[in-house]
Design a protein around this ligand. Structure first.
Ligand code: NAD
Length: 272
């Protein structure tokens, strides 16, 4: 088999949480453009319907499901519907996640009054953990349930380089949520290997998406973030597609429990 053929996901079925925007939408595009049939599950139903319609117009098979990953029962129903519709489940991207708001430092360059450990609204903690950490667990348990009997599957989890570095402008709850996600993946990779299920993590740095209301799109914020990246700038979601396809497909057949950092070198430290 030629090496590029190993990247094909032709005929596979995939479920992507948070697939209506940003990195999740890039995963959906990478999958359908390479032959997969996809359930795009998202809490933002309007965006999900819009993006799925656009992709269907191009001839791709995309099914929309309304999903809040923090809701365990809804997550169960979305997986059940996927398996019924596509007669199985080969690939899952556990990607849905939120930004809890600015950290102890504001992107504008001053201490953020609402982002200190003693001033942070605990509701922000609860919601971030419920979606980013528990929501990922809710997704992974359903992925395992439906993949185990068939003894194959690839699960790809969007963590963050925040799992391995500290970052003053990112809200406190985000950091342990992502560190928890990354370590959960390693534990599950060990548990599920015997069932032919691979579990890997993508740990992105700054990608310009709609996260946090799209604050990385602001030109001043953008400039100050670009300056922090050794490769010189924040990334476009297009730049994550090849990695997503690599992990989803047989191209990565001997890889499990890996965390692939894609952050332009940010986690290596600052330059200059
Ligand atoms: P985004 O806001 O553009 O997309 C996130 C999608 O998830 C949206 O469509 C949103 O509606 C959906 N979503 C939010 N809460 C949900 C819920 N409870 N249930 C289901 N869907 C939900 O953001 P993004 O940057 O593409 O983020 C995707 C993932 O990437 C997140 O896990 C995020 O933490 C992670 N990440 C992003 C960056 C970055 O710089 N953009 C960096 C590291 C990690």
């Amino acid at each position: 088999m030629r090496v590029l053929e190993q990247f094909s996901v032709e005929g596979r079925s995939a479920l992507v949480t948070g697939g209506a925007s940003g990195l999740g939408l890039a995963y959906v595009e990478a999958l359908v453009e390479n032959g997969a049939r996809v359930t795009l599950a998202d809490i933002d139903v309007d965006a999900a319907i819009r993006e799925a319609a656009r992709l269907r117009e191009q001839g791709f098979e995309v099914h929309v499901q309304a999903l809040d990953v923090a809701d365990r029962e809804q997550t169960r129903l979305v997986f059940e519907e996927h398996v019924r519709r596509f007669d199985g489940l080969d690939i899952v991207f556990a990607n849905a996640g939120i930004d809890p708001g600015a950290g102890f430092w504001n992107p504008g360059g001053w201490r953020n009054e609402d982002g200190q450990v003693d001033t942070l609204d605990p509701a922000r903690w609860d919601r971030t953990i419920a979606i980013n950490l528990t929501g990922t667990f809710n997704t992974l348990r359903m992925a395992a349930k439906y993949m185990k009997p068939r003894r194959h599957g690839s699960i790809v989890v969007t963590s963050s380089n925040a799992a391995v570095i500290t970052e003053p402008v990112v809200g406190l709850p985000y950091m342990p949520a992502k560190a928890g996600v990354s370590h959960m993946v390693r534990q599950l990779a060990l548990e599920l290997a015997a069932f032919g299920i691979r579990v890997n993590t993508i740990a992105p740095g700054g990608f310009v998406t709609n996260i946090g209301g799209g604050w990385l799109k602001d030109s001043d914020v953008r400039q100050s973030w670009d300056a922090k990246v050794p490769l010189g700038q924040l990334a476009d979601p297009e730049q994550i597609k090849a990695l997503a396809l690599y992990l989803a497909s047989e191209a990565s057949s001997y890889m499990t429990g890996a965390q692939l950092v894609i952050d332009g070198g940010t986690s290596l430290g600052r330059v200059g």
